[in-house]
Design a protein around this ligand. Sequence first.
Ligand SMILES: [Zn+2]
Ligand SMILES: [Zn+2]
Length: 452
Amino acid sequence: MVSITAYGGVNEIGGNKFLLEDKDARIYLDFGQSFDFGTDFFYEYLQPRAAHGLEVYFEFGLIPKIPRLYSKTMLEKTDLKYEKPDIDAVFISHSHSDHVNHVSFLDESIPIYMGHGTHRLVETYHKLYPQFCDLGEHSNLNFFKSGDKIKIKHLTIEPIHVEHSVPGSYGFIIHTSKGPIVYTGDFRLHGPKSEMTKEFIEKATQAKPYAMLIEGTRMGSEQEHNYTEAEVENKVDEIVKESKGIVFGYFSMSNIDRFMSFYRSAVKTRRKLIIDTKFAYILDNMKEKIRDLPDVMDDENIAVYFRLSKSGTYSEKDYYLYERKYMPKMITYENIARDQKKFLMHMSFNKLMELVYIQPKGADYIYSSSEHFLEGEENEDERKVLENWMRHFGVKFHKAHCSGHACRKDLEDVIKAVEPEIVIPIHTESANDFGKFHGKIRILEKEKRMEM
Ligand SMILES: [Zn+2]
Ligand SMILES: [Zn+2]
């Protein structure tokens, strides 16, 4: 008997944690953290300390109390007894926190499988942001590439690359005793590497799957225009060309496609692209895995921003070891302030203070990340602060973004191409809408086992 139990990723966008059981084989598909994880109990500085294990999360029912899964250290102060784990493997589709972050709670002996690129990104992010997924003590990490066939007892799992807003993203075809089961992970079809998703869809179709677990992030958004990455690049080009001053851009540092759109825009308009030391470190680490990425140290179109620190003299001692490598590429606010029109600068919310030193004139700001921040009620305070900064410095605000997820029409086309016997919507708040595109929808309920 094959069954699936969702511990996250149903009735919500993100937080994927799916247990697939078949005879004596038990694997998890992703082990992520929900986007609203802990928001009911933790606030600003009211956060669990590093010394805490799962006791805090169990107290508020934030993490399911599943025996034989978590590590000894994590269970130490809880009433759940440590037992040797009975999970054969955990497969991670990509490096976003809503798919990987809770791997840190798992027993170190459980085999974890992820793509090479995913591993590199997880490690890089953990170094820069220690609260991001700690793989530190896991003794059983395994890395796959697209097309591998991984045997777990009688199951065979095939990871196949897909395009998403982070490199190294995969979907899985799992060959079970009930037939193949497809798990899409997060994917899209409107970026520069859509061929990868097409390959995944082809292989999924050929497998004639029994079931498909498909993400539906955008299932609920009615037919708005589906912006492509190419359109984003065009829009950025236009804004940069017209701008009379420095152009600031904000986008996620792990979104390499978006970085490339801004990078090309800078090259086309003969501006230098300015990134900070964290961003330089991420690109440097991804360079080995993505050959066509520009080399931070060698590329004359890229400069690395150093904030004025303690000594006030940009002395080496003011910066972390990892940052010092980029000192030959250093650009400071003095350099920028003098010649503002020559630059396109990555600017996150937390770095706005630099505007006080740069004193932008005739500048533009391109917000190029999830619309969520611009619309969500919970972000109102932050949004107001951003608006105030823009107004204070007379910076013109623009939006240029496309989603990392397939639009409704693409979801429909994928379902019609793959033709699984049953469709199981995941990673969505609009599961019922899938019924418009397929006659047999099954809807998972949290922590309830669904037999196939
Ligand atoms: Zn996700
Ligand atoms: Zn994702």
